[in-house]
Design a protein around this ligand. Structure first.
Ligand SMILES: Cc1cc2nc3c(=O)[nH]c(=O)nc-3n(C[C@H](O)[C@H](O)[C@H](O)COP(=O)(O)O)c2cc1C
Length: 222
């Protein structure tokens, strides 16, 4: 009856119980993603109380979306933008819980910003920007993990995806199910619109196959 999502921040004991119960039956870590507060329960002390109790339940990793949520008054979509970002609160949590893994989330739009934010926490989670502009991640191995891997061009990414597309088509997955996740691949480069338009027009049609992707690529390359 609606007891899921951010409202659970008001019930740290219940969340701790859930974590403990889940952790008992799996051998992978159970992590928690939360806001930094909800409604009028948005003091730092309340956040500390939530994290302490849930950590006691057996959670070692917290992904904190660095803004509060207004459960009444704002839609889920508005709640992703309207409440101001408070990276400082998440960084303070890491200071106060150095033994926990604290991942910061919310409004992060570049790897440079990620590197900067990672000074004070253990990691970053990028949501919308990674979806709208996935090529942003091309340099992640180099910038975040200091790995000297070759950076694929956008075109090389498309070619690298082809075997997967073919495999999925053979398993009767529709092209669009895959193609819609690469609509943003050419974000901010010339031809981006033609790429998107071709994939969204022809991707959903019956019988669409990898040639639709290759045709879209030709449009970008002009
Ligand atoms: C369409 C959409 C659906 C989302 N659904 C969830 C969800 O079910 N659970 C959750 O914890 N966060 C959800 N989020 C929030 C994201 O995980 C993330 O916390 C938020 O978008 C802020 O990060 P960003 O600015 O990097 O996107 C959703 C975001 C979007 C755009």
């Amino acid at each position: 009856n609606g007891r899921f999502g951010a409202c659970l921040m008001a019930e740290p004991e219940l969340v701790a119980e859930c974590i403990a119960a889940m952790q008992q039956v799996v051998n992978i870590p159970i992590t928690v993603k939360s806001r930094i507060g909800i409604d009028d329960k948005d003091s730092y002390e309340e956040l500390v109380n939530f994290i302490s109790k849930v950590a006691d339940g057996g959670c070692h990793t917290f992904i904190l979306h660095a803004r509060k949520a207004w459960l009444s008054g704002l839609s889920p979509k508005q709640n992703r933008d309207v409440p101001p970002l408070r990276y400082d609160v998440v960084q303070q949590i890491k200071q106060d819980f150095p033994h926990l893994e604290i991942i910061i989330n919310g409004g992060i739009s570049s790897l440079e910003q990620s590197v900067e934010l990672m000074q004070g926490v253990d990691g970053v989670m990028i949501g919308r920007e990674a979806y709208h502009n996935p090529y942003l991640l091309a340099e992640a191995d180099r910038l975040i993990y200091q790995q000297d891997t070759l950076i694929k061009t956008r075109e090389e990414v498309v070619f690298a995806l082809l075997p997967y597309i073919q495999e999925q088509l053979a398993a009767r997955v529709r092209l669009h199910i895959i193609a819609r996740h690469i609509l943003g691949l050419f974000h901010s480069v010339q031809g981006a619109r033609a790429w998107r338009r071709h994939l969204s027009t022809y991707g959903p049609k019956a019988g669409a196959d990898e040639n639709v992707v290759l045709q879209a690529l030709e449009l970008v390359q002009g």
